[in-house]
Ligand binder design. Structure first.
Ligand code: GLY
Ligand code: MN
Ligand code: MN
Length: 358
């Protein structure tokens, strides 16, 4: 039986008048064929799917990608696929122009001199954007583990603890709860470091009277959860309360605006207006949220520049933040399934202001 994903992807061949499409992005290869190895290239033609890899993956490739013809060689996969499209006599073949390196492109040109190479940017992204039932189940489970880990880590958020110690516990907790691994490098940012949206944990020691921001997720069967919560160690200051409430209002209003047919930039605008009206417009520099799936950043979604229109079955994050250098930051992030009538929030951890005992 031909997989529905392969059938969908074949529409790209017809649309672009191609006889083949070379897929190099690892998550796209996984989505299309099931193969999870670290080295490989797939080739989609109108009547077959080929997977080119090396002998480290002989067993794995045949187990994971039963619908593909597996080719094992010590030659780089890009050379293997170039030779294949040449021997198949393809006239025009697509490749992923945002993934293939200059060197790989040269190898393709050399190995497939008679084939017209057509660069396609993000061709599979729209197909991956709407999740199928199995993907939604995996994302639900990833979010469930992520929520459970957020509960379990809270006893470790104490003055005197290092950010890196919290990271170590978090990874231990995530994998203990059934995650394969973190879905991305977790963020543990305390005090003024919470103003760095993508802070790496350091040996900074948490102190009473400051915020601590956690941004992390479980990866479950390849699918990424992604949550952010910002807590306060002790009694929150008035300014922290004001900033926190602004971010929370923005996040909840944006979630309420999500439904199929709504442009992603309109949802961003709902949150951005609340933050701007409260006087913090210049302190919210990033977009409101991204798509979620096999990658944590599975594609653009909610931002002022987004041209995405929300569709039923998309999963997106909603993560407004206010960041003030030298003071700190607040971000609140949830993962949301776009349902027929509106948003279903998949991460359900408490998000009212939490003041931890110190
Ligand atoms: N820190 C990754 C994200 O939330 O998008
Ligand atoms: Mn995040
Ligand atoms: Mn995110």
């Amino acid at each position: 039986m031909i997989s529905p994903r392969v059938e969908l992807a074949r529409e790209k061949l017809t649309e672009n008048e191609l006889q083949g499409f070379i897929v190099s992005d690892r998550q796209n290869i996984r989505w299309l064929t099931g193969f999870t190895g670290s080295s490989g290239v797939a080739l989609l033609t109108c009547d077959s799917v080929h997977l080119f890899t090396d002998s480290r993956y002989t067993i794995q490739a045949s187990q994971e990608a039963p619908g593909a013809v597996v080719h094992i060689s010590s030659e780089p996969p890009i050379k293997q696929v170039a030779e294949k499209v040449s021997t198949l006599g393809c006239e025009a073949v697509g490749f992923e122009s945002t993934v293939v390196t200059v060197e790989e492109y040269r190898q393709l040109e050399d190995g497939a001199a008679d084939v017209r190479l057509v660069g396609l940017a993000q061709a599979l992204s729209p197909l991956r954007a709407v999740k199928d039932t199995e993907e939604i189940e995996r994302l639900r489970k990833a979010c469930e583990i992520t929520d459970a880990a957020f509960s379990a880590i809270q006893p470790f958020l104490k003055p005197g603890t290092k950010e890196l110690d919290i990271l170590r516990e978090l990874v231990y907790i995530l994998t203990g709860l059934g995650a394969e691994k973190e879905s991305f490098d977790s963020i543990v940012a305390s005090g003024p470091r919470s103003a760095l949206p993508h802070a790496h944990p350091t040996d900074r020691i948490l102190a009473a009277g400051e915020p601590v921001l956690l941004d992390f997720g479980a990866q479950y069967q390849g699918y990424a959860g992604d949550i952010t919560r910002t807590l306060f160690l002790g009694s929150a200051t008035d300014e922290f309360r004001k900033v926190y409430q602004t971010v929370l209002d923005a996040q909840m209003a944006a979630i309420a605006a999500i439904r199929p047919g709504v442009p992603g930039k309109d949802v961003d605008e709902v949150a951005r207006k609340i933050i701007t009206d409260a006087g913090y417009g210049n302190s919210f520099g990033h977009g409101l949220g991204h798509q979620l799936g096999l990658s944590v950043h599975d594609g653009p979604a909610l931002s002022p520049k987004s041209d995405i229109v929300l569709l039923e079955g998309m999963v997106v994050t909603v993560e407004p933040g206010i960041y003030i250098e030298g003071w700190g930051g607040v971000r609140i992030e949830d993962d949301v399934l776009v349902g027929r009538c509106g948003a279903e929030v998949l991460t359900v951890s408490q998000k009212s202001l939490t003041e931890l005992a110190v």
